[in-house]
Design a protein around this ligand. Structure first.
Ligand SMILES: Cc1ncc(COP(=O)(O)O)c(C=O)c1O
Length: 363
């Protein structure tokens, strides 16, 4: 029996994608081999990576002035690649600066990594209220090499309600936990990056969407594998890319296209999120700690405050086939991650379970 997996990542993949991958496991496209066994430079793999890029470009309406890169190292490596490539300097030159908005743990990690190479200015933070809202975005300083935001905050369950206008300063966004969840105007950004393991496919591939004019400024000491220009010139084939991951992302994108694309999935995602937030409004046991305007449609933390009761909820839910509902280890509580592949039925099953649990608890 397949479970409903509410994990923040790696998370559920659409069943038709898994079935298709399974049917092609030992013989992909009549090649007599699996994608895992193919040379990344072969005529068999080339159409796979090209198809994946083409689908992503059309689903996200990525302008031609942007490159799409399939890299490794997770979103976490982008915490280093972004500052090095956009603001890294030669050893005797003064450091450049960039702006970061602190909306939680991943934003902090991006800032801490960048601070190894550049001067990081944390221009706003929602730490004062345990990251339960998104702070007002201050105007950009033209001296900033870039302006970094975390568009959806996986751990605390917030998302930016609107995209800040950063003028000539390139806006860089970590979209790991919201890529393809709803329409996004790519042209407002300099760089978008996302680890694959939530809305795109298996862990191991990182998608980077970068405006061409931001490529080619890495300092001379930059390791080859961390240079956007090398990856762009080599079409993500400078070294062996995560071939099977790229293939699976292609299947996920095909699934999404057949469903009606990003607009269609956004409708479903809002329906799922509304169902669960409405339940939380009704609930006498749990509530959402997040300010309404900034609530994520992908990650929904909910809390009671009694750690014993929350633990019991997690254990009993798992026994009912609703797994991975624990909150992040640093914040506790509960969290339902409902990415694109989570069906409406899964959210309804969770609500049904929670209501029964509530009744049993006698509240
Ligand atoms: C918003 C966000 N950024 C970055 C990361 C780190 O991603 P990775 O494990 O791919 O490095 C995560 C992981 O959950 C995340 O949710």
């Amino acid at each position: 029996m397949r479970v409903y997996n509410f994990s923040p990542g790696p998370s559920m993949l659409p069943l038709p994608v898994l079935e298709r991958a399974s049917s092609e496991m030992v013989d992909a496209n009549g090649t007599g081999q699996s994608v895992m066994e193919m040379s990344h430079r072969s005529k068999d793999f080339k159409p796979i990576i090209e198809k994946t890029e083409k689908l992503l470009r059309s689903l996200m309406q990525i302008p031609d002035t942007y490159k799409v890169l399939f890299l490794q190292g997770g979103a976490s490596l982008q915490f280093s690649m972004v500052p090095i490539n956009l603001a890294g300097t030669e050893p005797l030159e003064p450091k450049k600066q960039a702006a970061v908005i602190d909306t939680g743990i991943w934003a902090q990690k991006a800032a801490a990594e960048a601070a190894k190479y550049i001067n990081v200015n944390v221009r706003a933070s929602s730490k004062d209220k345990s990251y339960t809202y998104i702070p007002e975005a201050p105007a950009p300083d033209p001296a900033d090499a870039y302006y970094h935001i975390t568009l959806n905050n996986t751990i605390v369950g917030t998302k930016w309600a609107s995209i800040p206008d950063t003028g000539i300063v390139p806006l860089v966004a970590d979209i790991s936990s919201c890529i393809l969840s709803e329409p996004l105007d790519v042209s407002k950004f300099g760089i978008l990056y996302a680890g694959a393991q939530k809305n795109l496919g298996p862990a191991g591939t990182t998608v980077v969407i970068i405006r061409e004019d931001l490529i080619g400024n890495a300092p001379s000491w930059t390791p080859a594998l961390l240079r956007y220009d090398i990856h762009a010139e080599e079409h993500s084939l400078y070294n062996t890319p995560p071939c099977y991951g790229i293939y699976t992302i292609g299947l996920v994108l095909e699934w999404l296209k057949n469903l009606g694309g990003v607009e269609a999935i956004a409708k479903i995602n809002y329906e799922k999120a509304d169902l669960f937030y409405d339940y939380l409004e009704r609930s006498t046991l749990f509530h959402s700690p997040v300010e309404k305007k900034f609530r994520s449609i992908m990650n929904i933390p909910f809390i009671n405050g009694d750690a014993e009761l929350e633990k019991r909820f997690i254990t009993e839910a798992a026994a009912a086939g609703l797994v991975n509902l624990a909150g992040h280890r640093l914040v506790g509580g509960l969290r339902a991650s409902i990415y694109n592949a989570m069906p409406v039925d899964g959210v309804q099953a969770l609500i049904h379970f929670a209501e029964k649990f509530e009744k049993k608890a006698g509240v």
